[in-house]
Design a protein around this ligand. Structure first.
Ligand code: NAP
Length: 420
C-alpha cells in the first residue's frame, strides 16, 4: 500500500496513489488525501480559500501534473474554466510551440467563457508571440474572474499578466493552492529562478546499501513494480543522466518503457565521461529514440569524440572543475537549462551521484530498497566520491514520503537546505 500521508512517494511515480481510482495513470501524479474529496490540493489548506476554489484549482493542478515532462522548456500549466459551478472548459499546455492551457480551455468553452471563472496554475502570459497573450485572450473572452496559483517568475511575465487582467476589470485572486502548484511546477521554477534544471537522483539498492555486486552485476536489484515506478519517473523528466561506467557495465537504454512493443519513449540521454572511452555499440548511442549527449571536460580523447560524432552523438566540452579534467557540474546544468531541460533525472552510478551531492545540486532523492543483501567491500554503494570526515558535514535530508512497490520500498527525501 502506498503511504497516503504527507507527500506519499507514490505521488511521483504513477502507481497506487489513493483517491483517484478512476485514472490509475493520473492518480499517482499528486499526493491526494482521499478524505479531502478533492483532487490535487494537498498543501492547499489556506482557510481563506473556499472549498470550491480549492476543488477546481486542484483539478487544474492535476491537469498540470498529467503533462509533467512533456512541455519543457515551457511550464506544464493546467487550466479549468468554470461557469455557474460547472466546468465548461479544461486545458493543459501540451508542448512548446502549441497553444497554452488557457487557449485550449477557452476554445472548449466557446461562448460559455463569458462570465466564467478561470483557474490556472501559473499566471497567464503577457507577451505577444504568434498569438495574443493569454491574459488578453481571457480578457477578450469576457472571463469575469481569474484564480491563479503562482506568479510566473519568467521576467517576460512576472506580474504583467495579472496587471493586464486587473486593469481590464477582471477580478484576480493569486496564491490559491500555491504550495501544491509549486510542487507541480518545481522543475520549471527551478530552471527560471536558478538557471539550472530540477535534479532528481534515483537509486536502486539492496538493504545493505549496494547498487551492484562485487563483479558489477546490477540490472535487476528491484522487482517489476519498482522498475515500473522508475519508468514513470523518467516519463516525468526531460533528460536522464548517467556516468560512463554505468554505460560501460550496464548498457542502459534510459528510455520509458511503459507501453507495449514499439512504444518506447526517448528522453534526452546525457552521459558524463572524462575520458570519452565509451563503447560505440552502446544502445543509447544507436537506438535513435532520442538524442544522446556526452559531456566531457578538457581531457576527453579527440579521436573518441570523432567516433561519437559519426554516430550523431553530440559531445560537449565543458569547463573542467579540476586538473583531472572533470566536468564542472554547475556548468553542465547551466548548459542543460539553456537547452530547455526543466527536470533532470540522475540515475547513477555512485561516482556520478557524488559529484552532484558534493556540490549540493540535488533537489530530490528517490531511493528504492530491495530486500536482499549482497555484501562485499568491493561492491559499490550509491554514493561514492571522497565522502565527508565528520558527521556534521553530511547532507541533512528530510523525508518527503515512502511507499511500497511489491517487495521493495522507496524512500523519497530532499535536502533540508540548498545552496545550489
Ligand atoms: N542500482 C542502481 O541504481 C545503479 C544505477 C546506476 C549504476 N549502477 C551501477 O553502478 C556502477 C557504476 O558506478 P560508478 O560509480 O563506478 O560509475 P559511474 O558513476 O556510472 O561512472 C563514473 C564515470 O563517470 C564519469 N564521470 C563522473 N563524473 C564526472 C565528471 N564530473 N566529469 C567527467 N566525467 C565524469 C567518469 O567517466 P570516465 O571514466 O569515462 O572518465 C567516471 O569514471 C555499475 O556497476 C552500475 O551497474 C547501479
Amino acid at each position: 500500500m502506498a503511504d497516503a500521508k504527507g507527500l506519499g512517494a507514490s505521488a511521483y511515480f504513477g502507481v497506487g496513489a489513493p483517491g483517484y481510482p478512476t485514472f490509475p495513470g493520473l492518480a499517482p501524479l499528486l499526493p491526494l488525501p482521499a478524505a479531502a474529496g478533492a483532487v490535487g490540493t494537498d498543501g492547499c489548506d489556506d482557510p481563506d480559500v473556499s472549498p470550491l476554489d480549492r476543488h477546481f484549482m486542484g483539478f487544474a493542478i492535476s491537469l498540470a501534473a498529467a503533462v509533467e515532462g512533456q512541455t519543457a522548456p515551457n511550464p506544464n500549466v493546467g487550466c479549468v474554466l468554470v461557469r455557474d459551478g460547472r466546468i465548461v472548459g479544461i486545458g493543459a499546455h501540451l508542448r512548446t510551440g502549441e497553444p497554452h492551457a488557457e487557449v485550449h480551455a477557452l476554445r472548449m468553452a466557446g461562448e460559455a467563457a463569458r462570465g466564467a471563472t478561470c483557474y490556472v496554475t501559473l499566471e497567464p502570459c503577457s507577451h505577444w508571440g504568434r498569438t495574443p497573450p493569454c491574459a488578453v485572450a481571457l480578457r477578450d473572452a469576457g472571463v469575469r474572474r481569474v484564480v491563479v496559483a503562482l506568479r510566473d517568475p519568467n521576467p517576460l511575465v512576472a506580474g504583467e499578466g495579472l496587471r493586464i487582467l486587473r486593469e481590464a476589470g477582471v477580478e484576480v485572486q493569486e496564491g490559491v493552492c500555491a504550495q501544491a502548484a509549486r510542487r507541480v511546477h518545481a522543475a520549471y521554477l527551478t530552471r527560471v529562478e536558478r538557471g539550472r534544471p530540477w535534479v532528481t537522483v534515483k537509486v536502486a539498492m539492496t538493504l545493505d546499501g549496494k547498487i551492484a555486486t562485487r563483479t558489477g552485476e546490477s540490472r535487476t536489484i528491484t522487482g517489476g513494480e519498482a522498475l515500473r515506478a522508475v519508468h514513470y519517473l523518467r516519463l516525468r523528466h526531460d533528460a536522464v543522466l548517467v556516468g560512463a561506467n554505468t554505460v560501460r557495465r550496464d548498457n542502459p537504454r534510459l528510455t520509458v518503457r511503459l507501453g507495449g512493443e514499439g512504444q518506447e519513449i526517448g528522453k534526452l540521454r546525457v552521459v558524463l565521461s572524462r575520458s570519452l572511452d565509451l563503447p560505440a555499440d552502446a544502445d543509447l548511442f544507436r537506438d535513435g529514440l532520442a538524442p544522446a549527449l556526452v559531456a566531457t571536460g578538457t581531457e576527453g580523447d579527440r579521436e573518441a569524440e570523432r567516433r561519437l560524432g559519426d554516430l550523431r552523438v553530440e559531445v560537449v566540452r565543458l569547463p573542467a572543475e579540476d586538473a583531472e579534467g572533470e566536468v564542472d557540474i554547475p556548468a553542465l546544468l547551466a548548459l542543460l537549462a539553456e537547452r530547455g531541460v526543466n527536470a533532470l533525472l540522475v540515475e547513477g552510478g555512485g561516482e556520478t551521484i557524488a559529484r552532484f551531492v558534493s556540490r549540493r545540486l540535488v533537489d530530490r532523492f528517490v531511493v528504492f530498497v530491495a530486500p536482499r543483501l549482497l555484501g562485499g567491500r568491493e561492491a559499490p554503494g550509491w554514493l561514492a566520491g571522497e565522502g565527508v570526515a565528520a558527521l556534521a558535514e553530511g547532507l541533512p535530508l528530510e523525508w518527503e514520503g515512502t511507499a511500497r512497490f511489491g517487495a521493495d520500498f522507496v524512500f523519497v527525501g530532499r535536502p533540508t537546505s540548498q545552496d545550489g
